[in-house]
Write a new protein. Structure first.
Length: 330
């Protein structure tokens, strides 16, 4: 390996040149997008199968990322390694699929030998290449020409500018298709259940407790029966409902401790009605609110639980701070 002979200033100059070359190439591409890009979007929108992305070497690595972006934004997609495809993995491809092929030269051996088998399967090809006249460009229904890019590598050899342009073009395809489909935040959340993205888009209804995990008693029940319901479910709280299942009160473990500290006259009042002890008009939230909004409501009021109700204040569920901890919102 050669010794480093560049000064710190020279290193920064080289780095800036790389960024300038790559950004300029992407800018040029944005100005040349036209009918071919629109046709590619239409092919993907009309695809009844999957968008199969393939490419060799660095272009293949970019292709895997493009496929992942398509899949996460509502377009079924998978990546197919061209070398593996020639040894049986071509069986993954169906005639209703659209194949997106990335190759700067359009003549990469592993890619070129797939073109005839893919056409025999009846798939439609979208090519991403610098050479529309190449074998890849000629076989494709749509050819996206990325132009004669200059690699940022000082030797002019390592794929740098070309792969940056391919990646940007792949993002443009995925996001344009996403926009055309009116892909919603709710759909996005379904594909991102983990991590910060998924947590931020979680709805209250996806986290709340229901059924036996959401204990209730009817208006007029005794304090004793309310405590039994809380104990049987270990929910730490019970909701008081009227005859039409609307929320009229809420009673928690914390309420019980406060009642006990008030004196023996209340300590043994287990046969008194729950109305004498419950919190009336408890804080609630709707099922379609973001779970993060529930966190804010609970933290600002120092609550461990919050009720989930519909527009008529009928009980739908119970949201506990432990549920929010399990999904990483607290």
């Amino acid at each position: 390996m050669s010794d480093v002979s560049c000064s710190p200033e020279d290193l920064l100059t080289h780095a800036r040149r790389v960024l300038e070359l790559e950004s300029a190439a992407i800018q040029r591409l944005s100005q040349t997008l036209g009918t071919a890009f629109q046709k590619a979007v239409d092919l993907i929108l009309g695809c009844r199968g999957m968008v199969v992305v393939t490419g060799m070497g660095k272009a293949g690595l970019v292709g895997a990322k493009v496929s992942a972006t398509l899949a996460s934004t509502g377009t079924r997609s998978c990546f197919l390694h061209p070398a593996d495809a020639a040894h049986g993995d071509l069986g993954r491809v169906y005639h209703e699929d659209v194949v997106l092929v990335l190759s700067r030269s359009g003549t990469t051996e592993e890619v070129a030998r797939l073109l005839t088998p893919l056409k025999r399967l009846g798939t439609q090809l979208i090519a991403v290449t610098s050479y529309p006249e190449s074998a890849l460009g000629r076989h494709a229904e749509v050819c996206l020409d990325i132009g004669p890019v200059v690699e940022a590598c000082p030797l002019g050899l390592a794929p740098t500018t070309s792969t940056s342009v391919m990646l940007a073009l792949g993002d443009a395809l995925a996001v344009t298709v996403m926009q055309a489909r009116n892909f919603s935040k709710e759909e996005f959340a379904r594909f991102h259940p983990a991590g910060d993205l998924g947590r931020r888009l979680l709805r209250v209804r996806e986290v709340m407790r229901q059924g036996k995990d959401n204990p209730t008693v009817q208006h007029g029940a005794t304090l004793k029966s309310a405590l039994q319901a809380m104990t049987e479910t270990r929910a730490g709280a019970v909701t008081v409902l009227d005859a039409e299942q609307r929320v009229v009160g809420f009673y928690t473990d914390g309420d019980l401790r406060r009642n006990l500290l008030q004196g023996p006259d209340r300590t043994f009042a287990l046969e008194r009605p729950i109305e004498d002890f419950m919190t009336r008009d408890p804080v609630s939230i709707g099922p379609d609110e973001l779970a993060s909004a529930a966190v804010h409501a609970m933290m600002s009021r120092q609550l461990d639980q919050i009720l989930v109700v519909d527009g008529e204040r009928r009980l739908l569920g119970l949201l506990d701070v432990q549920d929010l901890m399990q999904v990483g919102l607290v």
